[in-house]
Design a protein around this ligand. Structure first.
Ligand SMILES: [Fe+2]
Length: 390
């Protein structure tokens, strides 16, 4: 065996994965002692438009739970949005927080629960990766298939003034209960299926190639990658069964990054989101092939191992690496993802500024990379992303 077995993990989140599970929310909540007052956190549109907001309120009413709605979560939630949510939680003195939405909503709800429970402003937790204070319980109901936040110990917020993403991590950020109901994906439009699905693919790939990977995270990330490659194009076309598989794969990738964290693709992607407003998963996808192409010659065995797990065979490990990269490239083509940074509007002479920003703000992510990435190497990756994937 090439990798020594060394594990150190815990998963304190109870997970339910079932079609229609949200319609039985009251039955699941009865199994816990979360109290009788809930802050329901969501975005401003989806929950209301689809009727889910009424359904959730009704389910909470069945167990005599008072519900307060905070539906102001924007994509890439800001520190200010979280502080306003925590203020409402204080005013209403809720006993638990329920998040209904995509990664932005779940991340914001985690941070609201943390700021409210601790009585400390959320700014003081930004960048802290071992937060272990006791919080009111968080129940997560994801409505996209990509973030993995429903099973992860991370929350990522945006500092609007400094144009940067700031992560908070630690045991306090784990939801107590997550209910994954694939029926919520029914109306998810193709562009969101693609961008959130590619976030999950980034999590799984970055996790597999992380220097922190273990035999256990490998098992999770490999299976996640296999499922995503087989199902994302069909999910993109609207197939509900494929969307359900994506929800499962995204959960696996979320579990995997709890162990490894993300690395270079997320670091670079954050820049495109904070400076160009590119959705998180799409921003990651723009750097996926160029980053992996750069890393491949330094870790041919690992690339070959993953390629083999995906069914490729060849006596030559370099060929196996190319086949893996081709799989990813073809998937991005099928999802009509921009082929290069130019299509996004980035100018070539911005690359130095971009790399400067990324090394300054996301050194934590970069430090998880399988190979050491200094500015020169990052510039090379960005130049490859500028030219575009093959
Ligand atoms: Fe992500």
């Amino acid at each position: 065996m090439s990798k020594e077995i060394q594990l150190n993990f815990s998963y304190p989140t109870s997970v339910v994965f079932k079609r229609g599970a949200i319609k039985e929310l009251s039955e699941y909540l009865k199994q816990y002692d979360f109290g009788k007052s809930c802050l329901l956190v969501s975005g401003s549109n989806f929950a209301r438009r689809t009727g889910y907001l009424d359904l959730l309120k009704n389910e909470l009413k069945k167990i005599n739970c008072e519900t307060y709605v905070y539906d102001r979560i924007e994509p890439n939630p800001s520190v200010e949005t979280v502080e306003a949510g925590a203020m409402l939680a204080r005013k209403t003195n809720v006993s638990f927080v329920l998040a209904f939405g995509g990664g932005s909503v779940i991340d914001a709800a985690k941070a609201i629960s943390l700021a409210y429970s601790s009585g400390v402003r959320i700014q003081n937790f930004l960048g802290v990766m071992n937060v272990n204070v006791t919080t009111v319980p968080l129940v997560a109901l994801p409505t996209t298939a990509g973030t993995g936040s429903e099973v992860s110990k991370y929350s990522v917020l945006t500092d609007l003034k400094q144009k940067r993403k700031l992560a908070i991590g630690g045991p306090a950020l784990f939801p107590k209960l997550s209910i994954l109901d694939p029926d919520t994906l029914y109306t998810l439009p193709p562009n969101l299926v693609a961008s959130t699905g590619l976030d999950a693919l980034s999590h799984a790939l970055e996790s597999f190639f992380s220097k922190n990977s273990t035999v256990f995270s490998d098992m999770l990330s490999k299976e996640s990658i296999r499922i995503i490659l087989n199902n994302l194009p069909r999910a993109f076309s609207g197939d509900l069964e494929a969307k359900a598989w994506m929800m499962y794969a995204s959960m696996l990738a979320g579990l995997s990054i709890n162990i490894t964290s993300t690395n270079v693709v997320h670091a670079l992607g954050y820049y495109l989101t904070t400076h160009y407003g590119i959705p998180h998963g799409l921003a990651n996808a723009t750097f996926l092939v160029s980053s992996l192409e750069y890393e491949a010659p330094f870790m041919t065995d690992r690339f070959a191992e993953l390629s083999e797990a995906l069914g490729h065979s060849s006596p030559d490990n370099v060929v196996k690496s190319r086949l893996l990269l081709k799989d990813i490239s073809l998937l991005l083509d099928a999802l009509r993802i921009p082929r290069n940074l130019r299509e996004i509007g980035v100018k070539e002479d911005e690359i130095n500024t971009m790399v400067e920003d990324v090394t300054q703000n996301y050194s934590r992510n970069l430090s998880n990379s399988p190979i050491e990435l200094n500015k020169e190497k990052l510039i090379e990756i960005c130049k490859n992303a500028y030219v575009g994937r093959f």
